[in-house]
Design a protein around this ligand. Structure first.
Ligand code: FEO
Length: 170
């Protein structure tokens, strides 16, 4: 079981890194005068902390131990709003790969409880990639500027935080 618990510890770091990266992206948007995008990213960062917490609680519930790892400094500037969102999408694809790796390990280790636990994250990653992908597509349509960008900023600013880890996956 410790192999599995070690892998969860590694993923807790990845989820906190995601929060750090999105907070950095939020700061970039705030600096660019796009408060709606900045707010959307703040919500995204909060979500990532709940992902880390869900894994943290799970490790403890299985009698595993937590060893928090160092979090790398994230990138702090990008070329454009589109470049930020493309980097976000790329990062979510990276995380999906990590979650799939955890699932493969759980299958290999015949750790049925971890398989069930991880299925929430498998579903969540579909949503995560879709959220970033939709924004990337919309930014491409409006060519990332002008009136369209301001309208998107207003729309993204309406996103509110809900702790989805407290609800069963759909
Ligand atoms: Fe925790 Fe964005 O995946």
């Amino acid at each position: 079981m410790s192999k599995m618990m070690d892998a969860f510890n590694e993923q807790i770091k990845n989820e906190f890194y995601s929060a750090y990266l999105y907070l950095s992206m939020s700061a970039y948007f705030a600096d660019q005068g796009l408060p709606g995008f900045a707010s959307w990213m703040r919500v995204q960062a909060k979500e990532e902390v709940t992902h880390a917490a869900k894994m943290y609680d799970y490790v403890l519930s299985r009698g595993g131990s937590i060893t928090l790892q160092a979090i790398e400094a994230p990138q702090s500037s990008w070329e454009s709003p589109l470049a930020v969102m493309e980097a976000g999408l790329e990062h979510e694809r990276f995380v999906t790969g990590k979650i799939n790796g955890l699932m493969e390990l759980a299958i290999q280790e015949k750790d049925h409880a971890s398989k069930i636990f991880l299925s929430w994250f498998v579903t969540e990653q579909v949503e995560e990639e879709q959220n970033f992908g939709d924004i990337v597509n919309a930014l491409k349509l409006i060519k990332g500027e002008g009136q369209g960008l301001l309208m998107m900023d207003r729309e993204l600013g309406s996103r509110t935080f809900t702790d989805e880890t407290q609800a069963p996956a759909e």
